[in-house]
Structures are given as structure tokens and as C-alpha cells.
Design a protein around this ligand. Structure first.
Ligand code: FRU
Length: 496
């Protein structure tokens, strides 16, 4: 009898597994179809909104937040992103997906991850992507069950096809949970896996809660397939009065230094220093703000990076702070090349590929500004790129105004020898004694403005109200004489 049953089981088992896989696939397909229908339903409304940027990536419609799983693979830059396909507010976290060959033009791809409700999953939170030792594409992310089940995070994985387009949940999920992770009992917030390699080892870091401290635990992969992980310790910790939580930690080596980025419910912060592989600890030497959005509601948030085939470190971020009810909400910041300056602080430069969008061009040099405004004729566009060098001279302040159609001021960029103020966000900035020469690189794309100052040492992302159609600019000086040493303006073409 036993042998008959055993034989029956051997025959039936593959069938049951196959049926499970088939039902998993069927439920995945229907979840994705439903989600894509949600996106399609809002496209017309989103497209009609004159404030939606034309040079920044955004989903076809609805809500997006963090860039996830940024990876360069087979000639494409892939960016996944937190996505609510059903509304233009946060909720129902899926992973949207896009790819680009040039970091400028983006191709929409099917939704990559969806919450597997039949497995008790309500949201697929942020994470990263990697190719494992067997050459399989993998996504690592935080699985979030419904709140009523007590919000206990788990780390899950998904396996993708060779083009990273179609994904299925990993059979070994959860690949890490709070009961088996082998470390201290972290609080329920334990999320946003990020993977890095060093000296032949593969590590994962996460943001976590440990009593009075915000911490970043570190795990090491035990197998080349990246499905088993061992707790190694706490990479970095800070008291909660200093920093509440390390959302979306990115930890990686650049120019011989180790960089930690985190999104602590306020503008993204950087820490730069050294990593001790023996003790698995990070010791920062410098710290600062990566992008000065406004106060607690930073407009640039949840950064993520990738290294491309030219070994460039490309930085992505989520631009947030838009009004709801427009059929879309959120976009990617323009991709930036990241480096570390001689002072040990980061430098950010918009990727040079963006130059391909440059159209009509206006150039000015040696423009005297005498206690007043000088409009730049012939510039009127929804999207502009500007490079400028100002000499403050004996003026109290100088800068530039972005004007809506009808000449109302939409935003001001103002420098006064102590600080740079970009659309009401103030950043301390003292230039070389006695010189007061300020360089600016500005992108204005309808409601999104990104300003890079002092050779990429300062970056500020802001949301502005661009009005209906067409913006122009003027330069100004206050209480004295300043000079625009050089200024170039390009009208930018849409990326779509
Ligand atoms: C950051 C964040 C992450 C989380 C995701 C949820 O914006 O809160 O910590 O994984 O967004 O959408």
C-alpha cells in the first residue's frame, strides 16, 4: 500500500507543482492586466495637464515614487519604480518598469511586480536588482502584508527573464524574515534591500529600527544564487533624535571611498568614509545633504544608483510634492553622474546625453545688471536648459527669475554672497573670498526645476507652478551692479 501511495505521489507531485506554477502565473497575469488597465484609464487626463514635465521620465499615468532596482543590463539602463497603477496617490505598491539606451528617452515596459494577494502580500516596497551567480536576473524587495496583520516586513525576491521584462516570485520566499534573519529583533520597519559587492563577497543592507536607534544591518550572501543570507552585524547606526530611519539606504564604493545615501523623511543625506570588511562597519568622514529640496517635504527623495558599462555612477531620484487629482503624480529627477570632489563631498552633473534635447539657442555674454531686471528676449518655452556664470560685483544680490506667460514670477534663483535661494529653499553658499563668481546649470521642465551650482557641489530640486504654457527668464541685480559673464539658454525638446 505504502509503495503504491509513494509511486502515486511521485507521479502526481510534478503535476501539483506544475498546476501551482500555472495558477501562480494565471494570477500574476490577471493582476498585471488589471494594473495596466488602471494605468490606461488615467492616461488621457495625465496627458492633458500642462504642468506635467516633458523631459523627465514619468509613468504613462498615475502615481510613482522611489526608483527601484536600477541596473545596467545588455545595453539598457533599467529603472523600476514604486507605482500605484490605480490612482495618483500612494497605495497598492507595484513595481513599474522602464528602460533606456541613452538615459534620455525611455520605453514603457509592463508592470514588473505586483502584490501577490493570495500570498498575503499587500505592497511590494522598494529594493534592488542583481544578476546572480547562475546568470539569473533577480529583484530583491520588501514584502508588506496588510496592516491588520501587524506590519511585519519580509524580504522577498523575484526571478526575471533575460531581458528583465517578465518576473515571477522566488520559490524560496521569504529569503529573509525577522524570525530567521539571525540578528537582533528589529522593529517592524525593516525594509529597502540594497546589494553591493566587495572583495568577492556579496552583501545586502537594509534600513531598520532598533529601540532608540536607526540602524543599517548588513547580511552576506551564502550562495551564488543569492537566496540564502547570513546576518553580519550593524553597518551603521545613529540615535533616532539625529535621524529617524534610513529609508532606501544605498551603500557603494566610488573613487576609493564608501558612500552611504539614505532618505530619512527629509532631504536625502550622504555620508562618505571607509568600510571595514573585518568588522562590517562603516565610518563616515563627511556628511551633508545630497539635494536640498524644501524642509521635511524634500522634493528629491529615495535616491538609487547604478554603475554603467563605462563605469559611471549614475544617480536617480524621485521628484515629489506635486498636487493630486491630475492623473499623474511623481517623476524621476534627471539622471546625474556622481563623483567625489577633492573636499570629500559629492559632485553631481546631469548626464551629458541630455544635450541631445537641446534646440533653439540663445547666448549672451558680459551683460551688465544695474539694480534691476534684464529680460532675455527670444526665449519662451515649456522646457529650458540654462548655463550661466554670474559675477555678484558690488550688488547685494543677483540671479534669475523664471516667468510664466503674462510675466508673473514662477520662481527665483538668488545669490547674495552668503547663500543661494532656489524657489524659497535656502542653501548656505560662500564662494571664494573676493571673487563671488557663481556658476549655475539649470533645467526647468514645466513644474520641475533642477538647479546645480558651484560645479555640481550644490543641487536643489523644486516643484514650481509654471502656469499654462511657455516660460521665459530674466536676470536681475539688487542694490548695486552685477554682471552675467556668460549665459546660454536652450529650448528643450520633449523626450516622448
Ligand atoms: C521611501 C519609501 C520606502 C518604501 C517605499 C514604499 O519613499 O517609504 O521606504 O519601501 O517608499 O512605497
Amino acid at each position: 500500500m505504502y509503495t503504491i501511495l509513494k509511486r502515486l505521489a511521485t507521479i502526481l507531485m510534478p503535476l501539483v507543482v506544475a498546476m501551482n506554477i500555472a495558477s501562480d502565473e494565471a494570477s500574476a497575469n490577471s493582476s498585471i492586466d488589471k494594473a495596466m488597465q488602471g494605468v490606461r484609464s488615467a492616461v488621457r487626463k495625465a496627458e492633458a495637464d500642462p504642468t506635467r514635465p516633458i523631459c523627465h521620465f514619468h509613468p504613462p499615468s498615475q502615481w510613482m515614487n522611489d526608483p527601484n532596482g536600477t541596473i545596467y543590463h545588455k545595453g539598457f539602463y533599467h529603472v523600476f519604480y514604486q507605482h500605484n497603477p490605480y490612482d495618483d496617490e500612494w497605495g497598492h505598491m507595484h513595481w513599474g518598469h522602464t528602460r533606456s539606451k541613452d538615459l534620455v528617452h525611455w520605453e514603457y515596459l509592463p508592470i514588473a511586480l505586483w502584490p501577490s494577494e493570495e500570498k498575503g502580500e499587500e505592497h511590494c516596497f522598494s529594493g534592488c536588482a542583481r544578476i546572480n551567480g547562475s546568470g539569473e536576473p533577480m529583484i530583491f524587495y520588501t514584502m508588506v502584508p496588510p496592516r491588520s496583520d501587524k506590519c511585519v516586513h519580509q524580504q522577498w525576491a523575484a526571478l526575471g527573464d533575460d531581458d528583465l521584462v517578465f518576473w515571477k516570485k522566488h520559490p524560496a520566499n521569504p529569503i529573509l524574515d525577522l524570525d530567521t534573519q539571525g540578528g537582533p529583533r528589529f522593529g517592524d520597519s525593516w525594509r529597502d534591500p540594497f546589494i553591493f559587492e566587495e572583495a568577492g563577497h556579496t552583501f545586502m543592507v537594509l534600513g531598520a529600527d532598533l529601540g532608540e536607534e536607526a540602524v543599517i544591518p548588513i547580511y552576506e550572501s551564502e550562495d551564488p544564487d543569492l537566496s540564502r543570507w547570513q546576518y553580519r552585524g550593524i553597518l551603521f547606526r545613529l540615535p533616532k533624535e539625529d535621524l529617524k530611519f534610513f529609508e532606501c539606504p544605498n551603500f557603494f564604493k566610488l573613487d576609493g571611498k564608501w558612500i552611504l545615501f539614505c532618505s530619512p523623511y527629509r532631504p536625502v543625506e550622504y555620508f562618505i568614509g571607509s568600510f571595514d570588511l573585518g568588522t562590517y562597519t562603516f565610518s563616515p568622514e563627511t556628511r551633508g545633504i545630497l539635494d536640498h529640496g524644501r524642509g521635511r517635504s524634500a522634493n528629491f527623495y529615495a535616491s538609487n544608483i547604478l554603475f554603467d558599462n563605462r563605469d559611471r555612477c549614475v544617480l536617480f531620484g524621485w521628484v515629489r510634492g506635486f498636487e493630486k487629482g491630475r492623473g499623474w503624480n511623481g517623476c524621476l529627477a534627471l539622471p546625474r553622474i556622481l563623483s567625489i570632489g577633492p573636499d570629500g563631498h559629492p559632485r553631481q552633473t546631469p548626464v551629458p546625453e541630455l544635450e541631445s534635447l537641446r534646440g533653439k539657442h540663445v547666448q549672451v555674454s558680459d551683460l551688465e545688471l544695474k539694480d534691476g531686471e534684464r529680460a532675455l528676449d527670444h526665449v519662451k518655452s515649456d522646457a529650458l536648459e540654462i548655463t550661466a556664470t554670474f559675477d555678484l560685483g558690488n550688488a547685494k544680490a543677483c540671479g534669475m527669475k523664471v516667468l510664466r506667460a503674462g510675466n508673473e514670477c514662477a520662481a527665483e534663483i538668488r545669490y547674495d554672497s552668503r547663500s543661494l535661494v532656489v524657489a524659497e529653499t535656502e542653501v548656505p553658499l560662500e564662494l571664494k573670498e573676493g571673487e563671488n563668481i557663481l556658476d549655475l546649470h539649470i533645467f526647468i521642465d514645466r513644474s520641475v526645476m533642477e538647479v546645480f551650482a558651484d560645479k555640481g557641489r550644490i543641487s536643489v530640486t523644486r516643484i514650481i507652478d509654471p502656469g499654462q504654457r511657455g516660460m521665459s527668464i530674466e536676470c536681475f541685480a539688487e542694490s548695486g551692479e552685477a554682471r552675467v559673464k556668460s549665459l546660454e539658454v536652450w529650448e528643450l525638446a520633449s523626450i516622448w
